[in-house]
Design a protein around this ligand. Structure first.
Ligand code: ZN
Ligand code: ZN
Length: 604
């Protein structure tokens, strides 16, 4: 079940952003800059959101049916998009027409909220155009081709009665052979790494058809004719996938000898993609340079804290001469302090209200007391993907409620559980929950929902979203959470070093040609990560690019904005007001929020 579960990825908002990225050939987007409002702003185009954006989205989902299902737009569930040359040609025309229409709107006459919608949309369209014509991942990344996820969502989401959902699946199955034909036509000069990934994931799709879909069929009340049709289409779909996997295995063999396209994006494409994903005004090389500096400062702090703590925990032991060994030894010792396996889920259940209380008592940000976050074990079909995370309804499914899913660790062996709990020890676990829930991702989502903008929740800026969660970790500790204990800070710095290292790794691998051995040294020796974490990260950096830089980039942009306003406002600065204003603009790029927060005519 492991693979089927991984494919049936969780329906968290962040999951959706990633999913949209793959399905719509674009991930996370952001505007160049927001046109300033013309003094007083006659809102001649105040109907922009209704008139333009909603109509655009309906057309968009017609052309991106996989991504549509992932955001809860089920009207197109019975249609599979066949990714052939004609589709790409028409999609390019669609993007160009939408861009033309968008630029007929006088953005400078829109109010702040609609101006940011306009700018986010503009950037998304230009990004998709670039991805289609310049990045051309549809050509070299075979892992883009996989029909599993929408089928998993149709099977496992209760958006309609089971029979109706299965009829959608039946209609969608019809074009699976055409889909994989188109995939073979499109693939040209693929990378070995993405070919491998495609083989693995499409094998998982077979499992999804054989297990999950069969189970749903057994529970449905379809007639004999429909069942017969199902069996025929399923057999044809299986054959198409098996054929595709076999074809990829042939490719893999010829690529294994070397000489194929590199998975590394290279300096030019990386720089271009970086601008679209971040839209921060900073270039990739500058961010990389800042990350290198930050790493040295963090290590210095960690070395000082280790010195301070050594005699408390390792009194009888001679400190190793090497700085990394010293810090690592102490982190290892502190990691022994963790909950028992049976207390893991209850421990998180206790942490949530504690964090809520801390945030309220220290006046950090207003929380909605009527909607307490409910912790639950991750539902079975979503397990094995994320350790924990907010499971929020998509923008087209607002009725559903929000949960905090925690993946149970009861299927782990004793040794696996021990290693996991050492990683999420007494000091790290709260930092992790701060990031994922209070006041991190969950609170950001709550504020984004207050000023509903489908455009921004669908195409929101990843650096803003991840940056906010990383910022919250620091802000909570600065407010005194963890009692300023040196143990708490040392393990916080280790955790934060991961964000910094993500940037160094991503740029190092995709632009500077960092080898796997160099990456392991960076992650395990210099960032104190476990073998397992380093191995997973190496896979991730082979299969994605730029995404890993969002944590440090977003964090540092938010922290810098706060410092700037603190200096400007002096004693008038209020942390709570800063947080609430910052989040009130939705998931827009930090640079755009900064423009809105620092111009006078902004209705915050
Ligand atoms: Zn232990
Ligand atoms: Zn996060």
């Amino acid at each position: 079940m492991q693979i089927a579960r991984r494919i049936a990825r969780q329906i968290t908002r962040r999951g959706l952003l990633r999913l949209l990225g793959a399905a719509a050939m674009a991930a996370g987007a952001a505007p160049r800059s927001v046109p300033a409002s013309a003094g007083g702003a006659a809102h001649a185009n105040a109907g922009f959101t209704q008139r333009f954006a909603e109509a655009f989205l309906d057309q968009y989902w017609q052309r991106n049916t996989d991504a549509a299902i992932a955001v809860g737009y089920y009207r197109v569930a019975d249609r599979l998009t066949v990714p052939d040359a004609r589709y790409r040609r028409e999609y390019l025309q669609f993007l160009d027409a939408a861009l033309r229409q968008l630029h007929e709107v006088r953005a400078d006459r829109l109010d702040a909220r609609q101006r940011t919608d306009w700018a986010v949309l503009d950037s998304q369209l230009r990004y998709e155009r670039w991805a289609l014509t310049r990045l051309r991942e549809w050509q070299w990344n075979p892992a883009q081709y996989n029909v599993a996820e929408p089928f998993a969502l149709i099977c496992n989401t209760d958006y309609a009665p089971l029979d109706q959902r299965l009829r959608s699946a039946l209609a969608r199955l019809r074009d699976v052979p055409a889909y994989y034909d188109a995939a073979r036509q499109a693939i040209d000069d693929p990378t070995l790494e993405h070919t491998r990934l495609a083989i693995e994931q499409n094998q998982g799709t077979l499992e999804l058809f054989d297990v999950d879909l069969q189970q749903r069929l057994a529970a449905a009340t379809l007639g004999a004719d429909e069942r017969a049709l199902f069996a025929r289409r399923l057999a044809a779909a299986r054959a198409a996938i098996t054929g595709f996997v076999g074809w990829l295995e042939g490719l893999q063999q010829s690529l294994a000898g070397g000489g194929g396209r590199s998975f590394r994006l290279g300096r030019v494409l990386y720089a271009e993609k970086f601008q679209f994903v971040h839209q921060s005004g900073e270039d990739a090389a500058t961010l990389y340079g800042r990350a290198l500096q930050e790493k040295q400062q963090v290590l210095q702090r960690m070395a000082q804290l280790s010195e301070q703590l050594w005699s408390r925990y390792l009194a009888g032991e001679q400190p190793p001469a090497d700085r990394f060994d010293r810090i690592g030894r102490l982190i290892g010792k502190l990691s022994e302090h963790h909950v028992a396996p049976a207390d893991y889920l209850p421990g998180i259940e206790r942490l949530i209200p504690q964090l809520v209380q801390w945030v309220q008592q220290h006046d950090l940000i207003d929380l909605d007391p009527t909607a307490p976050l409910q912790v639950r074990p991750t539902p079975a079909y979503e397990r094995g993907v994320a350790i924990a995370g907010v499971d929020a309804p998509g923008p087209y499914d607002p009725g559903a409620r929000t949960y905090f899913n925690v993946d149970p660790i009861d299927r782990y062996s004793d040794a696996q559980a021990e290693s996991f709990l050492r990683e999420y020890n007494d000091w790290t676990l709260p930092v992790f929950i701060i990031h994922e829930a209070i006041p991190g991702h969950y609170v950001q989502l709550m504020y984004a929902n207050r000023s509903p903008s489908r455009i921004k929740s669908l195409f929101g800026n990843g650096a803003m979203i991840e940056g906010w969660a990383v910022y919250c970790e620091r802000m909570m500790l600065e407010s005194g959470y963890g009692a300023q204990a040196p143990e708490q800070w040392l393990l916080y710095w280790k955790w934060y070093l991961r964000s910094v290292t993500n940037t160094i790794l991503d740029y190092g691998v995709h632009v500077l040609g960092m080898s796997e051995a160099e990456a392991r040294l960076l992650l395990m020796r210099e960032a104190f990560q476990s073998e397992k974490e380093a191995a997973a990260k190496w896979l991730r950096v082979q299969r994605s690019s730029v995404q890993l830089t969002q944590y440090f980039a977003g964090f540092s942009a938010i922290y810098r904005l706060r410092t700037r306003l603190e200096e400007q406002q002096g004693p008038r600065f209020q942390l709570k007001r800063f947080h609430e204003q910052f989040l009130s603009h939705g998931s827009a790029p930090v640079k755009v929020i900064e423009e809105l927060m620092t111009t006078a005519d902004t209705p915050a």
